[in-house]
Design a protein around this ligand. Structure first.
Ligand SMILES: Cc1cc2nc3c(=O)[nH]c(=O)nc-3n(C[C@H](O)[C@H](O)[C@H](O)COP(=O)(O)O)c2cc1C
Length: 416
């Protein structure tokens, strides 16, 4: 046997290039993407991605809560044609999920938001561009022919809000997602320990060594243009303007009056992200929001609050008949999405699940994350005996007490 024949045998023995990228050949789950991301990212950036507020109790709860909730399958029903399509905030989607807003996305991959928006468009799910995005509102729109939503922080500075809202409107973004759980910036100890600065990591002996251990990431970091908050530059010259604008969003000054003003300034569909109490959900609905996103910011803001999926049923009960209820936090499996739908969510936002894909392999990685979750959802629906998203209801969850789960449960680690 010669060398070429041996090479051919090795090639045949390899799994086919799943998702069109060799790096993803052995990826079958979001956990597999997370493993690749952990290898590729420097420790500081990984701390920014995976960390949470203070003791990370809520971060762990978000994952643990899903483990405690049981699906209740029905059998011997015709599930030969399963359809995961739905409409959210007036946007038809192929699956009941959208990519969550993620700040400083170029830290994870040099194509950052462009890669995620393109992958979302291909999968026909929505992409949400963060206020602290690292590509401009207009550039993302020019690279995506899919549904785009824009996430706005509530600044007291109405000129800044008006400018961003106007840019999102003229660039064709279909919905505004206003994040309300960041009135102060939380204490994130993984970031503090790693000394990470956003959006551009500061150079220090530790960060240079960290970079040297991750040459693939460092090469792109050093050869791409400097990372900045691309949409906050109108406030002055970057990067200082962007940093100041972000700092000013954490001054604790904003109130429901500011949300009411934003409601008036934006005439399209509006979602309020970061709701955990039914009372606040009612206030948001009263102000004229079209949706609330039950979210604890992925466990990154106030610690010790409930898992998002645990807070979901009471919010659905309070406002489910008036507005759409979305949820995010801890979603890593298609069956998690099914649980959320069964508890009354219209759709889920995917946070770290898609960022693991972005960090692992850019656009192909985000596509892989979405495809895996969509496929898992399809299988879970079929095995539960339900063919359409609109037919998923509370009868498919066995233990609604699971909504209080996680509090005493031994938290699982982030899937490995
Ligand atoms: C690295 C990172 C950056 C984030 N940036 C933003 C942001 O700019 N705006 C926002 O509303 N939420 C932001 N979030 C929160 C997500 O939109 C989402 O609520 C959260 O990730 C959901 O939890 P999960 O990651 O467990 O899915 C960020 C989350 C992560 C992990």
């Amino acid at each position: 046997m010669n060398l070429d024949e041996i090479k051919e045998l090795v090639r045949l023995g390899r799994p086919p290039d799943r998702f069109g990228d060799r790096r993803l050949a052995r990826v079958y789950s979001v956990a597999d993407l997370a493993r690749l991301a952990r290898r590729r990212l420097p420790a500081g950036v990984l701390g920014y991605l995976e960390g949470g507020g203070e003791g990370e109790v809520t971060l762990r709860r978000n994952l643990a809560a899903f483990e405690e909730i049981e699906l209740q399958p029905r059998v011997l029903r015709d599930v030969s044609a399963i359809d995961t399509a739905t409409t959210v905030l007036g946007t038809p989607l192929a699956h009941p999920f959208a990519l969550a807003p993620i700040g400083s996305a170029r830290l994870f991959h040099h194509e950052g938001e462009l890669a995620s928006a393109r992958a979302a468009a291909r999968a026909r799910v929505a992409f949400t561009l963060s206020s602290s995005g690292t590509y401009s509102i207009e550039r993302v729109a020019s690279e995506s022919d899919g549904p785009l939503w824009y996430q706005l922080y509530v600044w007291k500075d109405r000129g800044l809000c008006a400018d961003l809202v106007e840019r999102a409107r003229s660039a064709g973004y279909r919905a505004l997602v206003v994040t309300v759980d960041t009135t102060l910036r939380s204490k994130r100890e993984r970031e503090l320990r790693a000394g990470i600065t956003l959006p551009t990591p500061a150079l220090s002996l530790a960060s240079v060594l960290d970079g040297a251990l991750h040459p693939g990431w460092s090469w792109h970091f050093l050869t791409s243009e400097a990372i900045r908050f691309a949409n906050l530059a109108p406030l002055g010259s970057p990067p200082a303007a962007g940093m100041n604008a972000m700092a000013r969003s954490f001054e604790g000054l904003t109130t429901w009056d500011d949300l009411a003003w934003i409601r008036d300034a934006w005439d399209g569909p509006l979602a309020v992200k970061g709701i955990l109490s039914p009372e606040d959900a009612v206030l948001a609905a009263d102000i004229g929001a079209d949706a609330v996103v039950v979210s604890n910011h992925g466990g990154r803001q106030l610690d010790h609050v409930p898992a998002a999926v645990a807070a979901l049923p009471s919010v659905v009960e309070a406002v489910g008949a008036r507005v759409e209820v979305l949820v995010d936090g801890g979603i890593r499996r298609g069956s998690d999405v099914l649980v959320a739908l069964a508890l009354g969510a219209r759709a889920c936002l995917l946070g770290r699940a898609h960022v693991y894909g972005l960090a692992a392999a850019g656009e192909a990685g985000v596509s892989a994350a979405v495809e895996i979750l969509a496929d898992e959802l399809r299988i879970a629906m079929g095995l539960c005996g339900v063919s359409r998203v609109a037919d998923v209801d509370a009868s498919y969850v066995a233990d609604r007490r699971g909504t209080a789960a996680g509090a005493g449960a031994q938290p699982p680690p982030e899937p490995t």
